[in-house]
Design a protein around this ligand. Structure first.
Ligand SMILES: NC(=[NH2+])NCCC[C@H](N)C(=O)O
Length: 409
């Protein structure tokens, strides 16, 4: 029998709304079972999720996407396949062993253990981590002896769920990001390995790397082909935005980058917690900041990587419309009173994922925001997120678009 092999569409994304073809998700697993009241703050969760229910909710999210013709690829599958490559294995293992908490003796023991694991088991440990009681060797070392029972030998990565943040496709290149939060920094060793070694991504160019200044994917919005908005706040720094501008300008991936200062708070940890796109010329935005959000505009200069001018600040909507070369960037007016708006913002009401222009996935619990979106002509695909939301992320945070149809330039 001859199998018909259809080639996967080449990775590419130049907007937030072009028809979504392939998306990378992470089905939450054992790493969420590591969360306890003593570690959830450090691990950036606001509660202790019921893991089985979170998985059901996530499966329904993936099914909703597949039901709309989107190919779903999972981080775990990609990383398992990537780990069959010896260099990839060495790279991600070294990143684990570089943890200065381990010390000489324990590092040796952990290294020896990781060497024995097959790709599937190694993938599991890389994401779920390793608890104190799970290590059988190395128990006579100083660091093991003095470690608290609740400490992890290898820290778990419960936020891999939010695939948005660790990489961003910008046209045909990928930015592997640079996390501000120590709890998440190891995530990019996995995404970098996938894009470097997995055959599906052979030849991929990295437009950004984890060693650069902090930039997290939730802060990066592809407003239109060639126009990128970057939130600067709790996670992405102005230095990160500047470096990203230089990198995308140098490679001709964008001509304008708008820098948007946002409050340095948990509730607005990324730009996409307050603003996402729902159409080629429309955003849904947290009403309590709609009037105050402003932008500094950086435009590409004549020399590769140079900035011709830095202007602003001016109101975000004005700056964005100019850069996008449209008359107006519409805001879906949710008209919510400040309290309802604040509640729904906290529950990721503004964090939508577009499958196509005017077709967006959103958490069902944000009744008011969703109703306003529909009144404005946006079809809402509702998903449950009572457990998934405890990590403070919605459909956009939980997805990394790999391929979207290009928008007409
Ligand atoms: N793109 C996003 N808004 N991601 C949400 C990430 C939530 C995650 N718990 C964190 O604090 O990092």
């Amino acid at each position: 029998m001859v199998l018909a092999v259809t080639a996967a569409p080449a990775p590419y994304a130049d907007s937030e709304v072009g028809r979504l073809r392939t998306v990378m998700l992470h089905r939450p697993g054992a790493e969420l079972k590591r969360l306890t009241p003593r570690n959830n703050d450090d691990l950036l969760f606001d509660g202790i999720p019921w893991v089985g229910r979170a998985q059901e909710e996530h499966d329904a999210f993936a099914d909703a996407l597949r039901g709309h013709g989107v190919e779903v690829v999972y981080v775990t599958d990609l990383i398992r396949e990537t780990l069959t490559v010896a260099d990839a294995r060495t790279e991600v293992t070294e990143a684990v062993l570089a943890d200065p908490r381990l010390g000489i003796g324990l590092r040796r023991a952990v290294g020896a253990l990781l060497d024995t694991l097959d790709p599937d088991a190694l993938a599991e440990v890389l994401i779920a981590g390793l608890a104190h009681h799970e290590l059988r060797t190395g128990r006579d070392t100083l660091t093991y002896t003095l470690m608290d029972d609740h400490d992890f030998i290898i820290n778990p990565l419960p936020n891999v769920l939010f695939t948005r943040d660790s990489s961003v496709w910008i046209a045909g290149q990928v930015a592997v990001t640079s996390f501000a939060m120590p709890a998440r920094s190891r995530e990019t060793t996995l995404t970098r390995a996938i894009y470097t070694y997995h055959p599906r991504f052979a030849g991929t160019e990295l437009v950004y790397e984890p060693e650069f200044e902090h930039v997290e994917g939730g802060d990066v919005l592809l407003l239109a082909p060639g126009v990128i908005a970057v939130g600067v706040g709790e996670r992405t720094t102005s230095a990160g935005a500047e470096r990203l501008a230089q990198r995308v300008f140098e490679r001709g991936l964008a001509h304008t980058l708008l820098v948007l200062p946002i409050a340095q708070e948990r509730a607005t940890m990324h730009l996409d917690t307050v603003c996402t796109m729902v159409d080629v010329d429309a955003v849904v935005m947290y009403p309590n900041i709609a009037d105050s959000l402003c932008a500094y505009t950086m435009t590409a200069g004549p020399e590769p990587g140079s900035v011709s001018q830095l202007s602003g600040p001016e109101p975000f909507l004005t700056a964005a419309a100019k850069a996008m070369r449209i008359d107006t960037l519409r805001v879906i007016d949710t008209g919510l009173d400040p309290v309802t708006a604040e509640r729904e913002q906290w529950d990721d009401g503004n964090n939508t994922l577009c499958i196509a222009p005017r077709l967006a996935v959103a958490y069902e619990r944000n009744i008011e925001t969703n109703a306003r979106l529909e009144e404005a002509g946006v079809e809402v695909v509702r998903i449950a997120g009572s457990e998934l939301g405890s990590g403070r992320g919605g459909p956009r945070c939980m997805s990394c678009p790999i391929t979207r149809d290009p928008l007409p330039r």
